[in-house]
Design a protein around this ligand. Structure first.
Ligand code: ACM
Ligand code: ZN
Length: 541
């Protein structure tokens, strides 16, 4: 509801037919009957599609353990530190439950592959459970990781006995992989799983977190990034031989729906990225052509419009989130889709079908905050984009510190386990680095808090554009003032802003943290009058 209001978007409301009131509680949810599943499978089959089911085990089964709490170690439905408590692989009754559920699933889905899940298993309960510990002892297992592998292998025998092949998330590599399982690699921060699995001759489906997780809101450059993804060479540090590359079977995108309340919103999340995914799955690398794809995408949009399929209008271009001018500025708004209308407001209200229509370049002479919004031919309003135009005087050049300056930007690495840049400074310092640019040194990974400081000499009075991209949060300060706030936990997110700078030296500071989930950071800029961004170098400190 809050999102529906914030985004002025009815697709964020839960459809009334999915709500029911029971004993005064409003409940949301539903289930498929076997008949409905058969219907889905038949519908897909007519279109040449096989459906692969996944009922996640031994973790991520909150729904099952609420109905059948005896399948857990404690006999109670509960939540651990990060995830719901898993099934107890020490209890024969729980294993029987798991196999019975899958036997039912096998009979509904004719395709040879079935996905067990097996990701994100919190093993704390297993450590304290006498049944789990007895199982570890009986089978001479080393620890709870091997118990997880034992469970996966036991389930795989059940799959195979029923003519099915097992797929699991890449966590199943830990603790020992059976020779025949296929993995879906999703942990962008654990690339070794792919190297290990393919070296052992196991097949891999490539599905990197963030990039191919379509439940994340599409950012401006995501469509191109998805299109440019090459499954077999996605990570240079996989170091795959031609023999190993043969085991990369294809790609997958995920759209977890717990925050996607309606079918229209689901369509919005996956379109147009699904079009790009299809090409990376089916087109040979040397036959890919982004410019050509973009043209064909415009044609596809016409098809989507005619069939009433919702999609995300690619971001309007021609402006930054924050734009700076000294005297006047001219704004030209572009869209790659020829059939949309752009409407805008300057008073902070959400643009609607009655708002001013954009018909050509707009000139501003005073600070103004625009909200632009595309409208599709059927009237569907797209995502709003704010463009702030700030009239500014040049920020004066700074005096350099009274000391011998050294080349490079100085970076201080803090032992930091937080979610906010402002708190990094208080965390213990590990060591200092001198770097050419604002980036994460190759060897640094895990939980990080990094603070960069340096001066750069700007060649002329003018308006400079900055882009700060990070995963997780980051902040950019110029001459001691906050310019870009890209704070908080998130995937790769790029924010741009401008600042009017007088010729001379200016002081830059970037704060950055990563929550041990595969970090990246870059600081780019464009000189006055230019749009091409390049990595900022030439620092002194
Ligand atoms: C996953 O996203 N936990 C596979
Ligand atoms: Zn147990």
């Amino acid at each position: 509801m809050a999102m529906a209001v914030k985004e002025d978007n009815p697709d964020m409301l839960i459809p009334q037919e999915l709500l029911k009131v029971e004993d005064g509680d409003t409940l949301y949810g539903g289930f498929y009957t076997q008949e409905q599943i058969r219907d889905v499978v038949a519908y897909a089959a007519e279109r040449g599609i096989d459906v692969i089911p996944e009922l996640d085990m031994p973790g991520h089964l909150m729904g099952a353990q609420q109905g059948y709490p005896w399948i857990t170690c404690t006999g109670e439905s509960s939540w651990g530190q990060s995830f719901s408590s898993p099934l107890c692989p020490g209890k024969d009754s729980a294993l029987m439950f798991a196999k019975n559920v899958y036997s039912e699933v096998f009979s509904l889905f004719p395709y040879e592959y079935v996905h067990l899940g097996a990701d994100e298993v919190e093993k704390t309960n297993w450590k304290a459970c006498p049944d789990c510990q007895a199982r570890i002892k009986t089978y001479n297992l080393k620890d709870e990781h091997e118990l997880q592998a034992w469970f996966v292998h036991d389930m795989e025998r059940h799959f195979n006995a029923n003519g099915k092949k097992l797929i699991g998330w890449d966590e199943i590599v830990d603790g020992g992989l059976s020779p025949t399982a296929t993995i879906t690699w999703w942990r962008d921060w654990a690339p070794k799983a792919v190297t290990t699995a393919t070296a052992q001759g196991n097949d891999v489906i490539v599905c990197p977190d963030f990039l191919l997780y379509f439940d994340f809101i599409e950012q401006a450059r995501d469509l191109k990034r998805v299109y440019e993804t090459e499954p077999t060479t996605y990570r240079a540090d996989w170091n795959l031989t031609p023999e190993q590359i043969k085991h990369i079977r294809g790609v997958q995108a995920n759209t977890w729906c717990e925050r996607i309340p309606s079918v229209r919103r689901m369509q919005y999340q996956v379109m147009p990225r699904l079009l790009a995914l299809s090409e990376i799955a089916w087109v040979q690398p040397d036959a890919k052509d982004w410019a050509d794809f973009e043209k064909r995408f415009v044609a596809q949009v016409d098809y989507l419009d005619r069939h009433g399929i919702n999609y995300r209008v690619p971001d309007l271009t021609g402006f930054n989130d924050i734009n700076v001018f000294v005297d006047t500025a001219t704004i030209t708004v572009n869209s790659i889709l020829p059939n949309i209308e752009v409407r805008y407001t300057m008073d902070g209200s959400f643009p609607n079908a009655q708002s001013t229509l954009y018909t050509g370049p707009i000139t501003v002479t005073e600070s103004t905050k625009f909200i632009f919004r595309p409208f599709r031919p059927d009237g569907t309003a797209g995502a709003m984009q704010t463009a702030e135009y700030r009239k500014e005087a040049y920020s004066p050049a700074q005096a350099l510190p009274d000391k011998k300056m050294e080349d490079g930007v100085r970076m201080v690495y803090h032992e930091f386990k937080g979610r906010k840049c402002a708190e990094i400074q208080e965390a213990k310092v590990v060591r200092n680095y001198t770097l050419d640019s604002v980036a994460v040194p190759e060897k640094l990974e895990g939980w990080l808090g990094l603070v960069y400081e340096g001066f750069i000499e700007v060649p002329q009075d003018g308006v400079y554009t900055f882009a700060l991209t990070s995963n997780d949060g980051s902040m950019l300060y110029v001459d001691g003032e906050l310019l870009i706030d890209n704070d908080g936990p998130h995937g790769d997110t790029k924010l741009t802003a401008q600042r009017a700078l007088a010729k001379g030296w200016h002081r830059f500071r970037v704060e950055y943290f990563d929550m041990n989930n595969g970090g990246m950071l870059s600081l780019q800029w464009a000189l006055p009058g230019e749009t091409a961004l390049k990595t900022m170098t030439g620092f002194k400190h």
